[in-house]
Design a binder for this molecule. Structure first.
Ligand SMILES: [Zn+2]
Length: 133
């Protein structure tokens, strides 16, 4: 999908965020290697730990639909500030468990500015499957 269309889709999607407690809406669009797109939004609950971030919402939805590790190409993010954000460390753990190290995270701010991150840079020496052996 074209980058301009992605940003427009993220702006529509972020309206679905359920962020009434902390007022920090985030939208994500996960792109699989075959081109399929999965939307995600953060969903807050009254007990903070029971909610979920947009990134994990998207990737867990794709996994529930049959996609597996190695099937994910990149994820686009939008938050509603002028800051360009990176995934929280809980999401970094999930992404490092289910995505390749060259997985891209393209994060937008409200101005449409973006920055591209690589999972390998955000998750150096991550805890993972090998750590359990
Ligand atoms: Zn997160």
């Amino acid at each position: 999908m074209e980058e301009n269309k992605i940003f427009q889709r993220l702006k529509e999607l972020i309206q679905n965020s359920s962020s009434k407690y902390y007022h920090y809406p985030v939208a994500a669009i996960l792109e699989c290697s075959d081109g399929k797109l999965y939307p995600g939004v953060n969903i807050e609950t009254s007990s903070p730990q029971a909610g979920i971030c947009a990134e994990r919402c998207a990737i867990f939805s794709a996994i529930a639909d049959g996609y597996q590790k190695k099937d994910f190409k990149r994820i686009f993010l939008l938050n509603q500030t002028e800051n360009i954000i990176t995934p929280c460390f809980i999401c970094r753990q999930a992404l490092s468990d289910y995505c390749d190290l060259d997985f891209e995270i393209i994060s937008y701010n409200t101005l449409g500015e973006s920055k591209t991150y690589y999972l390998k840079d955000l998750c150096q020496d991550a805890f993972g499957e090998d750590s359990l052996k």
